[in-house]
Design a protein around this ligand. Structure first.
Ligand code: URA
Length: 197
């Protein structure tokens, strides 16, 4: 397999991307942020209005929920890398189109290859279906899935918790499971950075 460019180079490629029409309406691209050596890689859906202005993922209301969830298992943004399926905001926050996901997928593939995480947490159905296009969220969420050498852990999107407090409780529960998975990984591997709580 070809070696992936460094994370900063991937971000530059994203900034200059004109592969789909979203480049015409974006303010900033949102390549991703966090620790480029992270063992935990989170994937959301697409930037919203705040992210489009700042160029940073998950800084709006959904981001606050995400921070609460991370905090619940003693993780911070510095322990993870976080990005979205697509790197530019869709107008009026509509769902991403298939072609936009297709055009953008090269970037997430490069980011995963460069960072080489152990666990991928997918937030919402668009991210999960990258790995398991034939599975539904309702049957899969909250269970670890093996994808190549990686553990993929599907979760609801944190924005869903803004409208449904019951989901928030389930998400806290799911994050506790992630903690267990990380714990097992840490125990089975000598060279790790994942914190034991
Ligand atoms: N903000 C993001 O960066 N991604 C989402 O999926 C939602 C909000």
């Amino acid at each position: 397999m070809q070696k992936s460019p460094k994370i900063e180079v991937i971000s530059d490629l994203i900034s200059n991307c004109t592969n789909c029409s979203l480049h015409k309406t974006r303010n900033y691209t949102v390549p991703g942020s966090g620790n480029s050596k992270a063992e935990i890689f989170l994937i959301g859906e697409a930037p919203g209005a705040n992210e489009d202005i700042e160029g940073i993922p998950f800084i709006g209301r959904a981001g606050k929920v995400l921070d609460e969830l991370l905090n619940h298992i003693n993780l911070s943004r510095n322990d993870i890398f976080i990005t979205n399926m697509i790197k530019c905001r869709p107008p009026k926050n509509r769902d991403p189109f298939k072609e936009e996901i297709f055009e953008c997928s090269q970037f997430i593939d490069m980011q995963i290859q460069y960072i080489n995480p152990k666990v991928i947490i997918t937030l919402g159905k668009f991210a999960f279906q990258k790995f398991f296009p034939d599975k539904t969220m309702s049957e899969s969420r909250g269970f670890p899935h093996q994808w190549k050498h990686l553990t993929v852990f599907p979760m609801y999107h944190p924005a869903a918790a803004l409208y449904n407090p019951n989901l928030k409780t389930k998400m806290f529960h799911d994050f506790e499971q992630i903690h267990q998975i990380l714990y097992k990984l840490v125990k089975s591997q000598k060279n790790h950075q994942i914190k034991l709580l």
